[in-house]
Structures are given as C-alpha cells and as structure tokens.
Design a protein around this ligand. Sequence first.
Ligand SMILES: Nc1ncnc2c1ncn2[C@@H]1O[C@H](COP(=O)(O)OP(=O)(O)OP(=O)(O)O)[C@@H](O)[C@H]1O
Length: 406
Amino acid sequence: MIEAVGLTKRYGDKTAVYNLSFQVRPGAVTGFLGPNGSGKSTTMRMILGLDNPSAGTVTIGGHPYGKLPNAPRQVGALLDAKAVHGGRSARNHLLSLAQLSGIPARRVDEVLGVVGLQEVAKRRSKGFSLGMGQRLGIAAALLGDPQVLLFDEPVNGLDPEGILWVRNLMKALAAEGRTVFVSSHLMSEMALTADHLIVIGRGQLLADMSVTDFISANSADFARVRTPGTEPQQREKLTSALTEAGGHVLPEPDGALRVTGLPLPRISDLAHEADVRLWELSPHRASLEEAYMRMTQGAVDYRSTIDQKAGLMQPLPPGAQPPAQVPGQGQPGWYAPPPPQQGGQPFAPPQPPAPGQAPYGAAPQPYGAPGAVNPYAQPVPPAPAQPSAAPAAPENSAPTKSEDAR
Ligand SMILES: Nc1ncnc2c1ncn2[C@@H]1O[C@H](COP(=O)(O)OP(=O)(O)OP(=O)(O)O)[C@@H](O)[C@H]1O
C-alpha cells in the first residue's frame, strides 16, 4: 500500500502539492487524475524518493522509498518514457537496468514479450515511436516483477489498440493483488480502467472514492426537451412553466432545453397544460467527463484564452434567431447539471470499509497463488529477498553482464 500523509511540495514560491493525504491499496487500479500542472508527477516523484517533500510523508508498505529493502524488486515505475539512452537497443537498455538490480537476463526477454517489443528488441530506442517508447518504459517498470506499480500517463502516444492493451494490463496486474497507481488527465480512460479515483486540482485533494461512487455522486439525471425550432415563443413559454413548477432549465447550444428537478411525466403534463408541442422529451445522464470538468474547472492552471468554439460555429440561416441567453450561460460549467447533493458535500471521501470487508469487492488473487493465471507473462519464481541470495542460475538465466562484456 502507498500512503501519503499531509504531503506538501514547494518549489520556491510555487506550491505544487499541498497537504495531500490518501492511500493506494493493493488489488485495485487507482486512477490519479488532475488537470495539467495539478501536481500528479510531483506526487509520484515524491512517492519514488526522487523529490523530498517540503512537509508530510509518503510511504510504500510502511517505508519511505529510500528505506525499502531491494526497492526495484518491490516497486516499478514509468515516469518519463523518454528517459532512455537512445543509442542502446531496447534489450540492452532493459539488460542494464536488470543488472543494476540483480535480475536475471531471461526476465528481460519475458518483459519484452509482455509489451510486444520482441521484434524490435535489437533496434536502438532513439528510432522508436512515442508508443514504442511507452511500451519500453512499461517493460522497465515490470522488470523486477514488483508488487507496487506507478505509471505516469502510460497511454500517452498510444494508438487505440495500445490503449486497450494498457487498460487490460493494468487490470490484470491489479487482479493479481498488486498495487497499481496510474496518473492521467483523461477521465474517460480512467473510468474504463480504474476501480478507485484520487482527483487533485492545484495540488490539493478534490476526491478520493471508488469509480462507482464517483459516477453516482457526480452524474446527475436530466431531461432533454425540444420544442419546434421555428417557434421560439413556445420554448420561452415552456421554460417559464417548468421554472414555475420548480424545474431548473438550461438552454443547450442546439436550441434544446436541459431540465433537472422534474420527472419526465411531469414535464410532459406541464407542456400539455401550457399548450406547447414537444419534438423531443428524453432522459439523459451527464457524462463522467462533464462531472470531472466541473470538479476541476476551478483548478485549471492552463486554459486557452481564445474561444475555441468561435471558428466552429455555423452561420445562422437568414432570419433565424440565435438561442436565447440565460443567466450563467457562457460561464464555466454552465452546460453542466447542478451538483446532485445541493448544499451537501458531493466529493466527500467514502467511509472506510467495515472490519474484515475487502475495500474493493472480491479479495485479490495473490500473484503466484496455486492456480493463479498470469495472463501476460510466463510464470517467474518468487523474487529472492536479496540479489546475492539468488539460486544458482541455469544457462539462460545467467545474471546480466555489463554492456561492454557482451
Ligand atoms: N522542479 C520544479 N521546479 C519548479 N516548479 C515545478 C517543478 N516541478 C513541477 N513544478 C511545478 O509544479 C506544478 C505541478 O507540476 P506537475 O508536473 O507535478 O503537474 P502534473 O499534474 O504532473 O502536470 P501534467 O499533467 O502537465 O504532467 C506545476 O505548476 C509545475 O510548473
């Protein structure tokens, strides 16, 4: 388990991470989400002992990274896929890492197979595409067969097939009981990959909850209502009737109305009573992406100052009226439904699980347990406590040699 308590990092005047406390548990994929510059990489660097916290602590299995015995066998990480000696082949890059940690050479070939780089193993990595570089970085993270894995934006540069592969790999690693911590700024991808989410903005915790809780806490139901486009007065009449009945009405860019706070049959009755014809009355659920955008919009450091939509707008046909402006339209988040728990605490952390209850559903399958299937790699013997305690190696698992010696 990874545990951060009051973690804070300042670079001069800049506070990159402030008072972060969270736990990342084994047996689950935990997504680490936040806009650009929100402090994800800084947090990961502190977990890995590459940066010292200005305040607070972060531990892996109860130890700071620097005090972990045989850390490369316990923790694997992909932080920067470009941090590779480009003149070395993929295989030699992995062999040099393996040699530093006393990992047998045959494990290099195993992980090359896992990430699908066998065919290009002898090519210099400087000629690799972004996606191939990501795969090489993932291979390096898996080298020591660690129980704890950290991946910083692992799907960057991958094509759809590669993204699916990473998604399945993360899930398989977690299903073996490992701790998998994955950063991303893509809510949609994390919704498909992660079991649990930690969301930060401007270095501070915004949410720490299961994906299921996040969806139910942040995805509000709403109705989309459309009146005949040629009769704007009908739409205004309906807006008044729905608002008077306690509904919350927001116009959408295409002229439809987004209604919350009223059930569909009531909206239909109110339209009938107001003598307004409807061309559409349909139930909808706000997407998780919208909920995430709403949650983090106040915590975005880098935002375009140009109206991206301006160039995409179609000119109105002659005589057509633009949609009516309503208070709030054009403000950040105007398109999003109101938070489901008005006045409540929509992003409160979940309650701790009851004693004896697995926090994320079924108990994780321990790696190497009898009958356990490793779906992506050949079985490997359990890691020795110390490299020097490694059993006598057969020919094909000889300890790695330095590049010069090869
Ligand atoms: N070495 C450093 N010196 C000064 N400021 C830094 C340093 N490293 C990070 N920062 C600042 O700390 C903040 C958090 O950066 P960080 O890279 O951790 O964010 P991030 O969430 O990983 O962003 P991204 O999604 O863009 O990778 C940023 O404002 C960044 O400019």
